[in-house]
Design a protein around this ligand. Structure first.
Ligand SMILES: [Zn+2]
Length: 138
């Protein structure tokens, strides 16, 4: 059986982010002009419009807290049936609290999840080459 779920597509703006994820590492785009982080990555800074963007690695130990979440009981795409209910959270990063990332919280029931819960990033290997960042309870 192959992997049935959609694999995130790399493009010019986000490929460093996904390349890092494939290495089980988190990188964030940062503006060279105003030094603000920019996520999700884009061609220019959302804050100042600057186009000199660089990438900063947060390494492979990434912690955060649940800022907000939803619980999905329906599969909107094929391949997700076995993941239900699926918890999709906005996670505030511990090292960079101004950045919030959206991701699935795995190995956690809807009864357990709560705002402020500590989580850490893990990477699910989708294929030999691609990996998807996810969160589990810290
Ligand atoms: Zn900027």
């Amino acid at each position: 059986m192959g992997y049935e779920k959609p694999i995130p597509l790399k493009n010019q703006d986000n490929s460093p982010y996904w390349d890092a994820a494939d290495r089980h590492e988190l990188v964030l785009q940062k503006c060279e002009s105003c030094h603000e982080y920019s996520h999700p990555p884009g061609p220019s800074c959302a804050k100042c419009g600057g186009t000199e963007m660089s990438w900063e690695s947060l390494g492979s130990t990434v912690k955060g807290t649940i800022y907000s979440y939803i619980v999905s009981y329906r599969a909107f795409l094929p391949g997700f049936q076995n993941d239900l209910p699926l918890i999709i959270a906005i996670v505030q990063l511990e090292k960079v609290p101004q950045v919030k990332l959206i991701g699935n919280v795995r190995q956690c029931s809807p009864d357990e999840i709560e705002i402020g819960m500590n989580v850490k990033m893990v990477w699910e290997d989708l294929t030999d080459e691609r990996a998807l960042p996810q969160w589990i309870k810290a």
